[in-house]
Design a protein around this ligand. Structure first.
Ligand code: HEM
Length: 401
């Protein structure tokens, strides 16, 4: 009730000219009735971080314990692995609290997500790596945080670590005892906590920072929408039909992922329609170019072009244009290739339909698209075997410079 009143006051204030339009548009008004918590509250997720995990990371940094923890973590990979030895007690205590599924996790839905992702992974990888990967470079807070953190200086390794997370989530054993996702998510949560402690000491980062520390719950939700909600929309656009049960399974895997990343239940959307409303309010209005993001996009595209060698940069750029649109692509200065553009627009949906068995017609450019999809999948798969998976490690410093 208290928050309903707050919303009414904002509306009334705007009507009376007491609150500026800018204040109203920035005021957070998404009600948690549409969340896992189901409470009618309107807490601003951009003012919530992850205090318990952040404190553990602060102690690890102060104690100089991070190199030893990174070594101890090497053997901690499977969901069923016991916590490794060689870590400070306070880290072990913290992890023994959080290294588990929330009480509301639904094992049948998680099992259904594994089946779904097995079927869809190649399209998801295209949407998430090339689409969302480049989209992340026009999300100013994320682009600046990534650029000025230690990983920003070595984007190849950083992208590989992010692919580890995506691969583990979309693996057919993601939530099984032999799967990796719960562990990878917990490691990622602590990486974010280390970054929250480190980046406020970077004068470069703080020069343009607009929040006291980075990676609030709201920021994590923005990234979730730029990956999962965008992929959900892309599958629809490409004519990939998902049953209601499959859509629920996809959302549920992400709901549990968000929980494991430290997002409070009051912010985690309960349905795809709640997610779409949240994305409308938080993602699209903040997208903008930055110097840091443009530099990251160039580096990332260079990385993607390697494994799809044989496809020229024009094709890859036009695929990005197709995935994220011309406006953002122009900000990043991506080149045009009119031949590839025409082919992608006409033939990519036909390719997906053919692969899904929804159309008997072999589309133009079939082998080109196949080569492209395989190249993108390799980026994930190279990270998906335990022999070559790039381990997620805690940083000890910011990007120098
Ligand atoms: C690190 C995933 C949201 C900034 C990581 C890592 C993963 C990851 C897997 C570890 C790999 C690495 O060390 O590079 C995610 C996911 C998110 C999310 C799945 C949301 C769904 C965010 C947001 C920001 C952010 C919102 C900033 C606003 C960073 C930074 C690092 C990092 C700066 C550390 C890079 C370094 O080691 O220097 N993230 N992230 N992340 N993330 Fe996120």
């Amino acid at each position: 009730m208290e928050n309903l009143t707050r919303r009414r006051i904002l509306t009334l204030g705007a009507a009376l000219g007491l609150v500026s339009v800018a204040d109203v548009s920035h005021a957070w008004s998404w009600s948690s009735t549409g969340s896992i918590a189901g409470t009618d509250t309107v807490t601003d997720p951009f003012s919530v971080w992850d205090p318990t995990a952040d404190e553990v990371a602060a102690r690890l940094l102060a104690d100089g314990a991070i190199p030893a923890v990174n070594t101890a973590w090497e053997s901690w990979v499977n969901n069923s692995d016991s916590l490794p030895s060689g870590m400070p007690d306070y880290l072990t205590d913290y992890l023994s609290q959080v290294n588990r599924l929330p009480s509301w996790a639904d094992s049948a839905l998680l099992a259904a997500s594994q089946k779904l992702y097995k079927r869809l992974s190649s399209y998801l990888f295209v949407s998430e790596s090339l689409g969302s990967g480049i989209l992340s470079t026009v999300i100013p807070r994320e682009a600046r945080a990534v650029y000025w953190s230690a990983g920003g200086a070595d984007m190849k390794a950083r992208a590989a670590k992010t692919f580890t997370f995506g691969y583990d989530l979309h693996s057919e054993s993601a939530w099984e005892p032999t799967g990796h996702f719960v562990v990878s998510a917990n490691k990622t949560r602590l990486v974010h906590s280390a970054v929250r402690n480190l980046l406020p000491n970077s004068p470069h980062f703080m020069a343009t920072a607009d929040e006291p520390k980075p990676i609030s719950n709201g920021d994590i939700l923005i990234t979730f929408h730029s990956v999962a909600t965008v992929a959900h929309n892309n599958l629809q656009k490409w004519g990939v039909t998902l049953s209601a049960a499959e859509q629920a399974a996809d959302l549920h895997a992400w709901q549990v992922a968000l929980h494991l990343l430290g997002v409070q239940d009051q912010f985690i959307p309960a349905s795809w329609s709640d997610a779409q409303q949240q994305a409308t309010q938080m993602l699209w209005p903040v997208v903008a170019p930055t110097v840091e993001g443009t530099s990251l996009a160039k580096t990332l595209l260079g990385y993607v072009e390697d494994p799809v060698l044989g496809l020229d940069t024009g094709f890859v750029s036009e695929m990005v244009r197709y995935l994220i649109g011309d406006e953002y692509s122009d900000w990043l200065g991506l080149p045009h290739d009119l031949v590839s553009r025409a082919l992608i627009k006409a033939a990519w949906p036909a390719y997906v339909k053919f692969r899904e068995g929804l159309s008997p017609i072999v589309p133009d450019g079939f082998y080109l698209f196949d080569q492209f999809v395989r190249g993108i999948a390799m980026l994930y798969l190279n990270n998906g075997t335990s022999a070559t998976q790039t381990p997620i490690t805690l940083p000890t410093a910011n990007r120098p410079g």
